[in-house]
Write a protein that binds this ligand. Structure first.
Ligand SMILES: NC(=O)c1ccc[n+]([C@@H]2O[C@H](COP(=O)([O-])OP(=O)(O)OC[C@H]3O[C@@H](n4cnc5c(N)ncnc54)[C@H](OP(=O)(O)O)[C@@H]3O)[C@@H](O)[C@H]2O)c1
Length: 240
């Protein structure tokens, strides 16, 4: 029987490419999303991948969402914690709410999802958890103390959980993308984006499929000896 994978934020952007790459690799994929029903319906129609709506920042909603996926598709073997948001502003302009939203969704979402799937993976002695961090969690970024803290937290979370899963065949890895051509980056003002691209040694933004293929590898049988690692995919922008 095909293995089952959940991709959070899996209906557009990098997540959509990950959902497709995992489907191509033979997984039965459940693509989670937060609120954009129109994009999710179009994605499901286009790809034949089922979309499931819940907020990854909500602990109980994650438990319920995973339960529903398991009832419909079978036990979850892989989770890609890709859902993420930005609420940018310098610390002087950042409200407590902007801080909390980003920590709750970007970092809390990883905990909530791992908490829901880890016991089953451990019992079945096989699992793959891939967390999507960011170059800005490695290097920091002006106007993003919330986002950089959450993403940096993801890298620590990954190494700690990898130690808990290792003896049970459950690997936990992270990918730290650089700037990828998605809606999130389209929200960056053009003049700022131009300066960012000028600092990328390969001279262009990354494409979502360039992240997705690495996720597919980390979720494969072949990657069983890779755990606790962070793969930087950033066109050489930050050689960490
Ligand atoms: N793009 C980049 O350059 C870049 C660089 C480094 C890291 N990343 C990281 O890569 C991941 C994907 O980024 P992207 O650019 O593809 O983002 P995106 O185009 O903005 O898509 C975000 C996805 O996450 C979902 N989402 C947001 N909040 C959620 C929540 N509370 N619960 C469930 N799903 C939620 C969205 O669902 P809806 O469609 O319902 O809104 C959407 O499917 C993020 O973690 C981001 O931080 C991106």
């Amino acid at each position: 029987m095909a293995r089952v994978a959940i991709v959070t934020g899996g209906t557009r952007g990098i997540g959509e490419a990950i959902s497709l790459a995992l489907k191509e690799a033979g997984f039965t994929v459940a693509a989670n999303y937060a609120g954009n029903d129109e994009k999710a319906a179009a994605f499901a129609e286009r790809t034949g991948i089922k979309a499931y709506k819940w907020d990854v920042g909500d602990f109980d909603a994650c438990a319920e969402g995973v339960k529903k996926v398991e009832e419909e598709l079978g036990p979850v073997d892989a989770v890609v914690n890709n859902a993420g948001i930005t609420r940018d502003g310098t610390i002087l302009k950042m409200s407590r709410e902007m801080w909390e939203d980003v920590i709750r969704i970007n970092l809390g979402g990883c905990f909530n999802m791992a908490h829901a799937v880890f016991p089953g993976m451990r019992t079945r002695k096989w699992g793959r958890i891939v967390n999507i961090g960011s170059i800005n969690g490695q290097a920091g970024q002006y106007g993003q103390v919330n986002y950089a803290a959450a993403k940096s937290g993801i890298h620590g979370f990954t190494k700690a959980l990898a130690q808990e899963g290792a003896r049970f065949g459950v690997t936990v890895n992270a990918i730290a993308p650089g700037y990828i051509d998605t809606d999130m980056v389209a929200a960056v003002p053009a003049d700022v984006l131009e300066k960012i691209v000028a600092k990328i040694p390969v001279g262009r933004l990354g494409q979502a499929h360039e992240i997705a293929r690495a996720v597919a590898f980390l979720c494969s049988e072949d990657a069983g000896f890779v755990t606790g690692s962070t793969l930087s995919i950033n066109g050489g922008q930050h050689m960490y």
